[in-house]
Design a protein around this ligand. Structure first.
Ligand code: FES
Length: 153
């Protein structure tokens, strides 16, 4: 039986007894669990760099207290696939060279994974709408959209 201060991260239950409940989930993941897939961008819930899945829903972990994730399943970029066996969305990002600096890539991928889980045949407009609040300052938007199309194929 899981204790009340546990979260399930990438399939593994983890106790967070020493992490204050108000700590942002992003800090717990990055600092306590050394999962650096989710990035700190704005810290305000606006850029999407910190996106993780909580019970399959794309969530901004910088503004989510860890207590909101107790007893829930968290998936980070690290939980999607391995270098040898990537998730189709990760694979498509590599093939389409959809990263320039790469800082937004975590959020883009996690947001698309959640979208395709609930809508595998999402249209281009739906993909654009979903990614509208994931900010990329480099300008690889076209490659990101190509990767999204490839991943759903
Ligand atoms: Fe969380 Fe920007 S770092 S939305």
């Amino acid at each position: 039986m899981a204790s009340s201060r546990e979260i399930k991260v990438n399939g593994q239950w983890i106790r967070l007894d020493n992490t204050p409940p108000t700590t942002p989930l992003l800090y717990a993941l990055r600092n306590d669990l050394m999962l650096n897939g989710p990035k700190y961008g704005c810290g305000l819930g606006e850029c999407g760099a910190c996106t993780v899945l909580i019970n399959g829903v794309a969530t901004r972990s910088c503004i989510t207290p860890v207590s909101a994730a107790y007893q829930k399943e968290i998936t980070t970029l690290e939980g999607l696939g391995t270098e040898q066996n990537m998730h189709p969305v990760q694979q498509a990002f590599v093939e389409e060279q959809a990263a320039q600096c790469g800082y937004c890539t975590n959020g883009m991928i996690m947001t698309l994974v959640a979208l395709f889980e609930r809508n595998p045949k999402a249209s281009e407009d739906e993909i654009k709408q979903e990614l509208a609040y994931n900010l990329c300052r480099c300008g690889t938007h076209m490659e990101i959209l190509s990767a999204a199309e490839k991943a759903k194929a």
